[in-house]
Structures are given as structure tokens and as C-alpha cells.
Design a protein around this ligand. Structure first.
Ligand SMILES: Cc1cc2nc3c(=O)[nH]c(=O)nc-3n(C[C@H](O)[C@H](O)[C@H](O)COP(=O)(O)OP(=O)(O)OC[C@H]3O[C@@H](n4cnc5c(N)ncnc54)[C@H](O)[C@@H]3O)c2cc1C
Length: 420
């Protein structure tokens, strides 16, 4: 007599979903891995696509290819629109359904505009590869338009970059744009001095990199200012339009605006009618299951759980991976009829790059800054990329930037010079 394998459906091939899939290797399960993108994206380096430092293919991998040796894994390129928990099936937006015995929702989050969704058109955020190439286009086009602009005020606005939010992404974007303007671009233009570009980093809170220790925040701010970034603290942005941003009652004319503040979870909580926090994150049980549904797990950026010594687990890649690992172990233990435990998050540290040779690392008791932190930051990121080819390619791109200040991916795509 043959028994039907346990059917696990995993929605989302990001950090959490992929880790769950990997950790279920060898288990007596049949896995369906669903993602609306055909690739896994290494979001921590997405800002390097936006700033022309890396090409898109250096930080993304086709999911189907990653799963080529896993005969028990079926990859579906599809968008999930809901879950029928009664009938135990995932609803796809084309009307089809995928049945499951165990469901893992790992659908992540997107940037949020604090109730001002209309700002998105003027200040795009960074989440997908398309966001990365769109921002790259905005940044490179700004310099091109400034080169042809004869009116000084309009040229100044073209050369002003406003970045809203001074978390790691805002800091990394601001630092890299400033370095591009000062070191990469000057020789390439004839009518403008790109070193005169203004990069303004606007933060509502009292310091940059709020998740880091105070002294590392202060170091990051001083380093940013040294490489030419204007840091504005304690000023929430109150308006954004096609000409610029308003904060502290004053207007900054900036033709390029980048949103790096606030996230909102995927609608997983809505699909299940489950309790959620203000950012829409599902409030899961201690073992990462949905209240009342032990057969449904939710992990990563789409959940809220106080499993870091009683504190909320941060929305970062290692947390999603640890949760993915926990869910895989729980599924395997259940199939063996063994007891399962609660999820506990272990924080390894926080890292942020500020500039070409500058980074900060907060390991708790050990804090690093400057060039040494930058090398560790670089090695850590290369280590976490998938596959030798990607590691070598990224390492080479970085060495080129380090040694020559040249950024290979300075391509304006998605339209000709006629498209704004
Ligand atoms: C710009 C940026 C920089 C970051 N930098 C860092 C950093 O330096 N260090 C760090 O640790 N973390 C960083 N993070 C956070 C980190 O990327 C996230 O915490 C991590 O990706 C969360 O993993 P996840 O699996 O929950 O979601 P994700 O990795 O976002 O994956 C979610 C997946 O679900 C898919 N999906 C969503 N909805 C659907 C649907 N309806 N149907 C089908 N598929 C769907 C998506 O396509 C995606 O592939 C950064 C994030 C961003 C955006």
C-alpha cells in the first residue's frame, strides 16, 4: 500500500520560505513553493542595484533553478490571493487552487507611506528588482538632465537627492549617492560639477541607524557628513510632490526623492482573518502557527512575535531564516510524532555600510566601525550570497569600485531620454 506524502505548500521564496524548503530536505513531504516572482532576491544589496554598483543578476537567482535537484519540490510562478483555511487550500489569483496539509506563509512586507499612499508616485521605495532599476534610472537621469539644464535653480533641483528615512537602507543609499557624485561621475560630465550635488537624508527620529548603539549612530552621522551627506534629524516629512519634499515647515526642491521609511506586512493576516499589529503583521503563536490553525505557519517580515528575550523579533533576513528553520524542524518532528518547541530568536548583530570603506557593526558587546567593519560587512554579504559565480562576480565589482571608483551598472533602462 502506498501512502500519500504530506503536502507542504510554502508561499514566498524569500529568505524565510527558501530556508524552510532547504531545511525540509530529506523529509517525507511533497513541497509546492509558490512565488509571484520567478527569482529569490537578496534584498540587503538591492540598494547597490539602485546606485549602479551591482547588476540585477548579481543579487537574484531563478527559484526554479535553485530547486532543480529537489525532485519533491514543485515551483509555481503564481500570485496568491487568499487562503481557504476550512478547505485547506491556497487560492491563486487566476482562480486555481493548491491544496495543502501544512501551509507556510512567508510573503514578506513592502514599504508603507504612513497613510500617504499618494507619495509613492513621487518618492519610490526599494523592495523589488524593478524598484532597484527604477531608482537607478531616477538617479542617473537626474545627472543627465542637470547636464542639459541651463536654469541654475532648476539645475540645482535636478542635483538634489532627498532620502526619507535614516535606517540602514536610507543611510546606505545616501552614502553611495554622495560617493557617486564625488568620485565616480565628475570626469564624465562637461557642464556640471557633480560634486555640487546635494544629498539630504531626512529622519523623523533623533538619530540615524536607530537600531544601533548610540555611539555607532553618532559615528555613522559624522561619516555621512564627511562624505557630503546633509543629515536632517527630528523632522518628519509632511508633504511630497513632483518638485520636492516639505519638512519642518520648509520646502526642499529635489527632483529625486527616495522613500526608505516604514514597511507594511503582506496581507497574510487578512487572508486568514488572524490578529495583526498596526503594520499588518500576523500575531503568531510561540511556535509560529496561526492562532486556531496549528497546520498554518507564518514567518519572516509578515509576522509579529516577541521571541527575542521578550522583545519583538526584528524584520531582518537572519530572523526570517531562523523562523524558516524552526518551522521545518517542527514539521519534521510532527511527522515523526515527536514533541515540538517554541521559536526563540538569536540576534547575531546588526551591520550597515555607510560608504566605500566605511561601515558599522553592532554585535552587542563588540562594536566595530570604519574600514575594519567595512571588510567584515563585505565578507559577510559575499558569504551569504548563493553560489560561487555570484560571490566572485560581486567581489570583483566591489574591488573595482574600491580601487577605481567605477560602477559597472550605470545603465539607464526602462525607457529612452524622452521618458521622464
Ligand atoms: C532595501 C532593503 C534592504 C534590506 N537590508 C537588509 C540588511 O542589510 N540585512 C538584513 O538582515 N535584512 C535586510 N532587509 C530585510 C530583509 O530583506 C527581510 O527581513 C527579509 O527579506 C524577510 O524575509 P521574508 O522571507 O519574510 O520576506 P521576503 O524575503 O521579502 O520574501 C517574500 C517573498 O514572498 C513573495 N510574495 C509576496 N506576496 C506574494 C503573493 N501574494 N503570492 C506569491 N508570492 C508572494 C515575494 O515575491 C517574495 O519573494 C532589507 C530589506 C530591504 C527591502
Amino acid at each position: 500500500m502506498t501512502t500519500t506524502p504530506h503536502r507542504v505548500v510554502i508561499v514566498g521564496a524569500g529568505f524565510g520560505g527558501l530556508e524552510t524548503t532547504y531545511r525540509l530536505t530529506g523529509a517525507p513531504v511533497e513541497i509546492t513553493l509558490i512565488d509571484r516572482r520567478n527569482h529569490h532576491l537578496f534584498q540587503p544589496l538591492l540598494y547597490q542595484v539602485a546606485t549602479a554598483s551591482l547588476a540585477t543578476s548579481e543579487i537574484a537567482w531563478p527559484v526554479r533553478h535553485l530547486m532543480r535537484d529537489r525532485r519533491e519540490v514543485t515551483t509555481l510562478f503564481a500570485t496568491v490571493s487568499g487562503v481557504d483555511a476550512e478547505r485547506r487550500c491556497v487560492l491563486i489569483d487566476d482562480g486555481s487552487e493548491v491544496p495543502y496539509d501544512t501551509l507556510v506563509l512567508a510573503t514578506g512586507a513592502r514599504h508603507a507611506y504612513f497613510g500617504h499612499d499618494e507619495w509613492e508616485q513621487w518618492a519610490p521605495g526599494l523592495k523589488t528588482l524593478e524598484d532597484g532599476t527604477t531608482l537607478r534610472r531616477h538617479i542617473l537621469v537626474a545627472f543627465e538632465r542637470a547636464e542639459r539644464e541651463t536654469d541654475p535653480a532648476r539645475r540645482a533641483a535636478r542635483l538634489t537627492f532627498a532620502i526619507i528615512g535614516a535606517g540602514p537602507t536610507g543611510v546606505e543609499m545616501a552614502g553611495t549617492i554622495a560617493e557617486m557624485a564625488h568620485h565616480t561621475l565628475p570626469d564624465d560630465f562637461r557642464n556640471i560639477d557633480t560634486r555640487k550635488a546635494r544629498v539630504v537624508l531626512i529622519e523623523a527620529g533623533p538619530r540615524v541607524l536607530a537600531g544601533f548603539a548610540d555611539d555607532l549612530s553618532a559615528y555613522a552621522q559624522a561619516s555621512l557628513e564627511k562624505i557630503g551627506v546633509e543629515v536632517v534629524l527630528g523632522q518628519p516629512v509632511t508633504d511630497i510632490d513632483r518638485e520636492g519634499v516639505v519638512y519642518g515647515g520648509q520646502r526642499l526642491n529635489a527632483k529625486t526623492r527616495i522613500w526608505a521609511a516604514g514597511v507594511r506586512a503582506s496581507p497574510a493576516a487578512e487572508w486568514l482573518g488572524a490578529p495583526a499589529d498596526r503594520a499588518g503583521r500576523v500575531q503568531v503563536e510561540a511556535d509560529l502557527t496561526i492562532p486556531g490553525h496549528p497546520e498554518i505557519f507564518a514567518i519572516g517580515d509578515t509576522v509579529s512575535i516577541n521571541a527575542w528575550e521578550g522583545k519583538p523579533v526584528p524584520g531582518i533576513a537572519p530572523a526570517a531564516k531562523q523562523q524558516g528553520r524552526h518551522v521545518a524542524e517542527t514539521i519534521k518532528a510532527r511527522l515523526r510524532g515527536q514533541a515540538t518547541g517554541q521559536f526563540r530568536y538569536k540576534h547575531a548583530g546588526s551591520l550597515a555600510q555607510i560608504g566605500k570603506r566605511l561601515a558599522v557593526i553592532d554585535f552587542g558587546r563588540i562594536k566595530l566601525r570604519g574600514a575594519i567593519a567595512w571588510w567584515i560587512w563585505g565578507i559577510a554579504h559575499i558569504y551569504f550570497l548563493i553560489g560561487l559565480r555570484h560571490r566572485l562576480s560581486v567581489a570583483l565589482s566591489w574591488l573595482w569600485i574600491y580601487a577605481r571608483d567605477q560602477r559597472a551598472a550605470r545603465l539607464i533602462t526602462q525607457g529612452s531620454s524622452k521618458v521622464v
